[in-house]
Design a protein around this ligand. Sequence first.
Ligand SMILES: Cc1cc2nc3c(=O)[nH]c(=O)nc-3n(C[C@H](O)[C@H](O)[C@H](O)COP(=O)(O)OP(=O)(O)OC[C@H]3O[C@@H](n4cnc5c(N)ncnc54)[C@H](O)[C@@H]3O)c2cc1C
Length: 465
Amino acid sequence: MGEKPVPLREFLRKVEEAVSGRVASDADTLRLYSRDYWPLALLKEVRGEELPKPLAVAWPESVEEVVRLVRLCNEYRVPFVPYAGGSGVIGATMCEGCLVIDVKRMNRVLSFSEEDALVVAESGVLLRKLEEFLNEKGFTLRHIPQSYPEAALGGLIATMSTGQFSTKYGGIEELLVDLEAVAPDGGLIPMRRSIVPRAATGPDLKRLLIGSEGQLGVVTKAALKVFPLPSHTWRRAFAFPSFEAGLRAMREIMLAWATPAVARLYDRDDSAARFHDARDILLLIVEEGEEELLRAKVSVIERVVAKHGGVDIGEEYVEKWLRTRFDVISELKKLVVPLGLWFDTIETAATWSNLPRVYHEFKRRVRAVRGVYAVLAHASHFYTTGACIYFTLTYEASEEVYWRMWREAMRTLLEEGATISHHHGIGLLRREWVGEELGAALEYLRRVKKALDPMGVSNPGKWLG
Ligand SMILES: Cc1cc2nc3c(=O)[nH]c(=O)nc-3n(C[C@H](O)[C@H](O)[C@H](O)COP(=O)(O)OP(=O)(O)OC[C@H]3O[C@@H](n4cnc5c(N)ncnc54)[C@H](O)[C@@H]3O)c2cc1C
């Protein structure tokens, strides 16, 4: 005897009831939700190729409605995928036949405490709306990814996002104090009874949701640290004789606790593409805060930079970066599409001792792949132990070249001691390689997924499924 077919019409009627009619399954809506910003999906769309279509899209307005939706998915064994800003770049929201649970209508800021420097918001709030709200109060989250105009809180948490100011303020995982989520079986994982700065009350189950990419339920609410808007800012660009010299300077700056808010070290190819300056390796630094502290940090930074051969070249490049920093995709499209090329980015991180080799080997090996046109690189997101390198790639617009390039890139990173993803995540894109990085730990994560999601309905077909 075969399995009973899912009564989809009945399911959709119940979904409609659960969210008071805020559901759609027309062709235009399904097309809109059939991809995120994964460049391969964009390429397929441009070529008129079919992408996996969801079953329907529902827009809940409360955690109770999310609970109802997830319970229905369990009852009818229909998969669901949480959706926030839709700005992911790894195909993580792409899910054939899924109910898309778009949290964007759950977008209220629930509380803000100036005294505790904390904000609590629903997971569908757009990052820029949250930041505008905070700025009006004289505060900031200082989480500014390049997708700032589109990304929303739930997606940022579920992809373990990091922003342009992360060197000082940390990634989303460091800003997050607590969260509420609907588990894959429809149960509620509440926030702690009171928000506290830290608690030694056993392993924090909710931390599993950071980086879970919709596979472990739906984040519905989050408490985050906020900071007073900085009173003073210092911006400077430096030219370096080599990429390694720039890295050495940044290592010393980080270990001296002269941590800047933003640091971006561009190699020659990337400098040429972004600043039309092919002569130099550029290091852009932004630091901000109280004036006395700022002065002290600046003096350490200037001393260390000079020691490693860096030369002060003023503020102009930093200003340019600040003006254009959210605009890279359209810039790239304008430049590469007419040439029959396409684009992607690959971000990684490694320790100081591995970074120079990771940088050189990646450039050498990936650039040598047939069909790859250019490999630009900059280091950003610095730590006391190492940094993230962000590669921008252009290549012949073909799926075959795309996978050839990715395979070589992933092999290089795994062999040279780097991670396969610093902040974009795994999604559909990196499934093939995640096991090699995590080893047996992946099997334990899969057991957790199985225990929390016995019906296998929470964003299935990805790397935990
Ligand atoms: C131009 C551009 C620049 C970018 N720059 C950066 C950058 O600087 N830093 C960075 O980190 N990323 C960057 N990204 C990637 C992307 O913006 C981030 O991954 C972001 O965190 C995704 O958030 P989102 O709200 O758009 O999530 P979505 O795309 O909607 O979803 C992403 C994943 O999170 C899951 N998810 C969404 N909402 C929830 C929820 N409520 N509960 C559980 N799971 C959920 C989805 O199922 C999916 O798996 C960039 C993307 C683009 C297009």
